[in-house]
Design a protein around this ligand. Sequence first.
Ligand SMILES: [Zn+2]
Length: 320
Amino acid sequence: MNYIGFDVGGTNLKAALVNGAGVILAEEKMKIARIEDQSALAHTLVEMCRGLCAAAKIPLEQVASVGVGVPGAIDIHTGTILYSCNLPLRSVPLRKLFHRELSMPLYLENDANCAALAEYFAGAGQGSKRFITVTLGTGIGGGIVHNGKIFHGANGMAGEVGHMTIISGGTPCPCGRRGCWEQYASATALKRMTAEAIECRPDSVLARVVAENDGHVSGQSAFIAARLGDETAITVRDQYITYLAEGIMNIINIFQPDTLAIGGGVSNEEDASLLLPLRRRIEQESMPVNRDKRTRLVRAELGAKAGVIGAALLGKKKRI
Ligand SMILES: [Zn+2]
């Protein structure tokens, strides 16, 4: 059977038709700003479903279900977008609106959970029974897949690992708390730490690396300059890894996943700079268990397509 997934991002609406193994058979993308209101969103989804089927030469009847990943809070039972972080979407009864035009099962899910499900079925989590993804981006997204099902908690909001406090009384977070992990270990945090270090050490190699990148501080800047032996960059990188490790160890101690995958742009850094130091921390700090029962730390495999693939595969297994 085939499945269609949508990833509602801040800029783009991505869509894909995938087979049962999560392999993309057709995909489409459009600017989200072109969608004017709630019913236009539902109508656009229906139109894109038809377009994807035509492109893949697959009749609509051979699509089992449609899934939509949204960055924000959703009611998975009623198929309603409660609110979205970066889009003017409030209380949108998407399933109801969609069903006015197309009677096909439609599932809604938080985008980070979609990414986790995609990795579980078709990426780094294949074969795992207790699987967690951590995505390092603007914030930190998390998704928990337990025996093939997304763990939602009582209100659908479980898995918000980015908002665990790692520094009591630390940096304020838009969620209302202080010292949240994403204020220290997201790509945004890494860029902020890099910019602060350059301000203190404008003569550093790190400052030169950024200057050569048109003055643009990226999540890679500190890693690049650290590889050149720059002390300022090494300090930033090591501090960042320390923050990252604190949160990862917290997650491991609470959930004891067999596999934890790290995604997002930062995860593309070479093993020696990222995964190896993190794995060392896991070795040193894990509860005393058999070596083969320790959490396996891996890199997520599906990149920017994880959201849309996971949204499509929402219908693959019976949900909660
Ligand atoms: Zn927070």
